[in-house]
Design a protein around this ligand. Structure first.
Ligand code: TXA
Ligand code: MG
Length: 328
């Protein structure tokens, strides 16, 4: 697929918006981010407001290159250096001790900061034109599905964003892997676009995965990455029966049909055949969930992929999407 590359005039305009304290939605290889100048408390505060995100939930600071890391963190332990050199630009976020430059608003008051260098030509051009760090969460409302196209952002956030940079559809499709690299032994706080296997190969040892972050957020709910429709997870061989039963009792059922059953006829409202390749599944996942919402489904039946490679991140997002919802 050919990547849309934003015009230079758009990059300049977006950089100007950031300098003026505004908000820019921009493409990365994982998902679209909602960016603000990481050193501007007022701009960062607006990001939380637009997303309706609790201010204690920290943002990721995006920088233009690994060589800038030292400007943003207190110190760079050898393991962090190794991971940055191996995986940046790329879908890896490193949590390190906060340097003085980062606004405490961006870190939710924490003494650590999450930093990454995105692997997308438009994001890198923006970071280079802007010159500073861009604090950016995914450009969606808190708790909902992340955007993987510029149009997803426009539909969800509309005028609340000052400028949307369109860089085409995101190639990875799930968020970055977050690694706590503050201590001697790194651990994964959120599985994502860099696989556990790749991290282990780079480190030469096993790495623990804590799929819920150590950060305790008041009022944080298990539900996240969630479409409007309720999500139910069952074993792959039970997906069709479960979907048809729910449809019979009056639900508008959307199905994420596992690859082993592709081509099967399912009596449901909408069916999306899940790609067999984990890279294609990750790339499509959030778009599939949005599509099923759009087609009016109130229930989505899905199963978890094998939890290796990108399957670990996909399973993590599906579990969170199926988590208990806050009361409406
Ligand atoms: O791929 C991505 O990471 C995308 C793109 C836009 O870069 N960004 C993204 O941001 O997913 P967001 O805000 O939706 O998720 C950031 C996660 C949050 O779960 C937050 O708790 C965690 O990063 N995080 C941020 N700072 C942290 C810190 N200092 N310690 C632990 N976790 C942190
Ligand atoms: Mg998010």
């Amino acid at each position: 697929m050919r990547r849309v590359t934003a015009r230079n005039s758009d990059i300049e305009k977006a950089a100007g918006v950031l300098r003026a304290g505004g908000l820019v939605a921009f493409p990365t290889e994982t998902v679209y981010g909602l960016g603000a100048n990481a050193e501007d408390s007022a701009a960062v505060a607006r990001v939380f407001q637009v997303k309706a995100r609790p201010t204690s939930h920290p943002l990721i600071v995006h920088i233009g290159g690994a060589e800038q890391l030292g400007e943003w963190v207190e110190d760079v332990p050898a393991t962090a250096r190794l991971l940055a050199e191996r995986f940046w630009p790329g879908p890896l976020t490193l949590v390190l001790r906060r340097g003085g430059r980062v606004s405490l608003d961006a870190t939710g008051g924490l003494e650590t900061v999450a930093v990454r260098v995105p692997d997308h030509p438009v994001a890198l051009a923006l970071l280079s034109a802007f010159g500073g760090g861009v604090a950016a969460p995914s450009a969606n409302r808190f708790g909902s599905v992340s955007p993987t196209t510029a149009n997803h952002v426009r539909v969800e956030l509309g005028d609340a964003v000052d400028f949307v940079l369109d860089g085409g559809p995101c190639q990875v499709g799930v968020e970055s892997t977050i690694v706590d690299a503050t201590g001697e032994v790194p651990s994964v706080l959120r599985p994502g676009g860099v696989t556990r296997e790749d991290l282990e190969a780079a480190l030469g040892r096993r790495i623990a995965v804590h799929s819920t972050s150590r950060v305790r957020v008041p009022g944080q709910h298990p539900s996240h990455y969630a479409p409007r429709a309720r999500v139910v997870l069952v074993e792959p061989e039970k997906v069709i029966a479960e979907a048809e039963l729910a449809q019979e009792v009056g639900h508008q059922v959307g199905v994420l049909l596992p690859p082993s059953f592709s081509g099967a006829q399912v009596k449901a409202h909408a069916v999306v055949a899940v790609p067999g390749s984990m890279a294609a599944y990750a790339r499509g996942l959030y778009g599939f969930l949005r599509e099923l919402d759009q087609r009016g489904c109130d229930l989505i039946v899905a199963s978890l992929p094998v939890e290796e490679g990108l399957g670990l991140a996909i399973a993590n997002r599906l579990r969170r999407a199926a988590g208990p919802r806050p009361r409406e």
